[in-house]
Design a binder for this molecule. Structure first.
Ligand code: GLA
Length: 392
């Protein structure tokens, strides 16, 4: 059995044991990485994500009560609350309840549910376990009530879960990646018009490795909002100055002088957004040409911009990336995700994975007294609804 089938089968069994019936629907969503294009989704830019073979699976069925009953095998925790209100402060409960509310929003349906959640996506490690949860629930409810939501609608409603129920004003990178990825492909998503281009990914001489710095910063979400607001403010000032500038896509790396009217901090933020969009396009060309060296250089440049212009890196990760430059087989890497700690994504020459991980781990332990975890990545299909029990 593949890791995906194993999670599916387990989830179905757990549901049967827990609720003494079959689930109506089972949905499964992978976690995601992002090769390049960071902090650009909420700035209508370009990103290059891919789904990875770690899964969150939910089994769900309507019940004939007003209650939503949830059980997380992963957390060994459960809840039972009223359909219409949630006063539970546990984050995972807020995600489940919020996803149900957002999926049924504007529809005529209302129902209680029995749900089981089972996941192999590591939580809090920047590979979007929460987006996978949202997407799985939205897909399931879409199926149960035949709501005919489009992928874009599902993605937008997942974002509303973050905004309205979790209070994180995130973009839509994570949910788009979980839902739209294709096996052995990476894709370029343009958040300006949601245009998507898939690139067949055939590079055999390299490996992608995720390194978890184990650094988690309490301030991460307030700093994230600070960046979102700084970009809004920069755009406002730019469009007052020049009414042809409506979004950051009206700028490019050759129109740098346009941004000189901004205060220095905002200039740096815009420089990141504009140059990161450019790097995504260059990465696409580099992958198509199989130019490994150029791919590595773009990752390093992205890291430098996230560190210096967007200021979302941290000392531990900067040291890691710097040290990696001295390790044979490391081609490039950068901080990934929202930042202020979390994980790095690294491009490694095939055959050097173990020695890279060993050397980096020793360095990290000596320097910061911390162990770093490594994860080898392969790219898989996005989320799907696998199973409907018509007997229910
Ligand atoms: C987090 C957010 C995404 C995106 C990234 C940064 O993962 O959830 O929407 O903004 O940070 O690229």
């Amino acid at each position: 059995m593949t890791p995906k089938q194993t999670v599916l089968e387990q989830t179905k069994k757990i549901f049967q044991n827990k609720y003494n019936k079959n689930p109506e629907v089972i949905s499964i969503s992978p976690g995601r990485i992002n090769i390049i294009g960071e902090h650009v989704d909420y700035n209508l830019g370009l990103s290059m994500p891919a789904a990875i073979d770690k899964y969150l699976c939910i089994a769900i069925s309507k019940n004939r009560t007003e209650k939503i009953n949830g059980y997380s095998e992963t957390l060994n925790d459960s809840f039972s609350n009223n359909y219409s209100s949630n006063n539970d402060s546990r984050n995972w409960v807020k995600y489940v309840h919020g996803s149900i509310m957002e999926s049924l929003n504007k529809s005529k349906y209302k129902s209680g549910f029995d749900i089981v959640i089972n996941s192999t996506i590591p939580m809090g490690k920047g590979v979007s376990s929460s987006a996978a949860l949202e997407v799985s629930i939205l897909l399931s409810i879409n199926k149960i009530f035949n709501l005919k939501m489009s992928n874009n609608d599902i993605i937008k409603r997942c974002q509303s879960v973050d905004h309205n129920h979790i209070n994180i004003k995130s973009g839509i990178l994570d949910q788009s990646a979980c839902l739209l990825s294709k096996k052995d492909s990476i894709f370029i998503i343009d958040f300006y018009d949601m245009n998507i281009e898939y690139i067949k990914y055939n590079l055999k001489n390299i490996k992608w490795i995720l390194i978890d710095s184990k650094i988690r910063r309490e301030l991460a979400s307030s700093k994230y909002h600070e960046r979102v607001n700084e970009c809004k403010q920069a755009l406002k000032l730019l469009s007052i100055q020049n009414n042809k500038i409506n979004n950051f896509r009206d700028l490019n790396i050759n129109t740098a002088k346009e941004i000189s009217i901004l205060p220095p901090k905002l200039q740096k933020r815009v420089t990141h957004v504009v140059s990161e969009n450019d790097r995504v396009i260059k990465m696409k060309e580099a992958i198509k040409k199989e130019s490994i060296k150029q791919m590595g250089d773009l990752l390093i440049k992205s890291h430098e911009s996230l560190r210096d212009n967007y200021e979302v890196s941290c000392t531990e990760i900067d040291r890691m990336i710097n040290f990696s430059k001295s390790i044979k087989g490391w081609i490039g890497g950068r901080i990934m995700g929202g930042g202020f700690g979390g994980v790095t994504i690294n491009l490694i020459q095939l055959g050097y994975e173990d020695s890279f991980i060993d050397k980096l781990s020793i360095f990290y332990k000596n320097f910061f007294g911390l162990n770093c975890d490594a994860e080898d990545l392969s790219f898989v299909d996005g989320a799907e609804t696998i199973y409907i029990n018509s007997l229910n």
